[in-house]
Design a protein around this ligand. Structure first.
Ligand SMILES: *Cc1c(COP(=O)(O)O)cnc(C)c1O
Length: 358
């Protein structure tokens, strides 16, 4: 089977884990701090705060920005459910804005209409490994005094006009095994705002500025030193892995541009895409194609088949949005393996099997 992702846990990661186990420091300790410092440096940001997952990173980042009940937060309906659920956890209301048809991310032209006096923040999701329309989104956010929280869970290392993810606000990362780098479970918040960093550190650790003193309601959303030790090793490899993803994507796009009925992924001008997913659009017969490829040993997948505003969780809360671009694309998108360990033989197989069915 050619899997859609293939997490790389090598000898270095195994040795790093054993070293932690032998050290006696198992929970959040010196390796978490070292991972935070290395990650801040790698993302060109001042502060990084490690958490237990990408979901808790988003939750903590919203709380650290003071988002709560009565507030509205704008996000995309075309993402993993955590992007919107993190808003619900704070008591605020997610407000959905439809997406651009070429890049699958929030359409800045539709953004301003969704802003109300209650709007406090925008969560643009840098989907599949590239970056949202951040020039326009930043301009609108400034004009309306809105906080930007970048959902960077799929875009470790992506750049736009020379700036790395996280340059437009507080950014949240996931290190789940399928992402471009992993700590098994884990997350990270990056920010240039010292107050946000300090509040985030408190909230992830039971609102405790020193032992057994608690001044705010926090959570146990800590990362362990075992996870951080894996993360430190992975961070030293992720640039090379991203380069390999880009190379694989270039090969696939070159071949697919010759196949009728397949639209390869578009890359925003000025954007360095890190291809967390290689997502094509097919006009007709998407489900049959996915099924056929799965039968031929290629784990093609659909991200995401049901938009968030149409999930029962949301319709049961009364959401009745109609999002024409999102709803159309949810029927056309499919993702193919692009991960760094694909062999040339596997890439050829993917091209051949897609070509046979289109
Ligand atoms: C993976 C992901 C998350 C959640 O991260 P977890 O580490 O699984 O909690 C949030 N948003 C997006 C866009 C993701 O892909």
């Amino acid at each position: 089977m050619i899997n859609i992702s293939r997490p790389q846990i090598g000898e270095d990661e195994k040795k790093a884990v054993l070293d932690v186990l032998d050290s006696g420091h198992l929970a959040q300790g010196p390796r978490v701090q070292a991972f935070e410092e290395a990650f801040a440096k790698w993302t060109d940001t001042k502060y990084a705060v490690a958490t237990s997952s990408g979901t808790t990173a988003l939750h903590v980042a919203l709380l650290a920005q003071g988002i709560g009940p009565e507030d509205e937060v704008i996000t995309t309906p075309f993402s993993f459910i955590a992007s919107a659920n993190s808003i619900l956890y704070t008591g605020a209301r997610p407000v959905f804005v439809d997406i651009e048809s070429d890049y699958f991310m929030i359409d800045p032209e539709k953004l301003e209409k969704a802003i109300t006096p209650k709007t406090k923040a925008i969560i643009p999701v840098h989907l599949f490994g590239q970056i949202g329309a951040m020039d326009e989104i930043e301009r609108i956010a400034r004009k309306h005094n809105l906080v930007i929280i970048e959902d960077a869970c799929q875009s470790h290392g992506a750049k736009y006009k020379g700036k790395k993810v996280g340059a437009w606000g507080t950014a949240c990362y996931s290190f789940y095994p399928t992402k471009n780098m992993t700590t098994i479970e884990g997350g990270m918040i990056t920010t240039n705002d010292p107050q946000v960093a300090e509040r985030a550190r408190l909230i992830r650790n039971h609102g405790s500025p020193k032992r057994y003193l608690h001044d705010t309601l926090g959570f146990n959303f800590r990362m362990t030193d075992i996870q951080a030790a894996i993360g430190l090793v992975q961070l030293s490899k992720v640039d090379e892995w991203n380069r390999k993803r880009q190379e694989n994507a270039r090969f696939l796009t070159e071949r697919f541009s010759k196949i009728n009925g397949v639209k390869p992924p578009m890359v925003r001008e000025g954007c360095e895409h890190v291809f967390h997913q290689y997502t094509i659009c097919v006009d007709k017969g998407r489900d049959k194609l996915v099924e056929g490829l799965n039968g031929a040993g290629i784990a093609a997948g659909v991200y995401y088949p049901i938009p968030i505003h149409q999930q029962p969780l949301y319709t049961n809360m009364g959401y009745q949005d109609v999002m024409p671009v999102t709803e159309a694309l949810a029927l056309q998108v499919m993702s193919l393996p692009v991960h760094p360990t694909l062999t040339q033989g596997e890439l050829d197989t993917i091209v051949r099997e897609v070509g046979l069915r289109c």
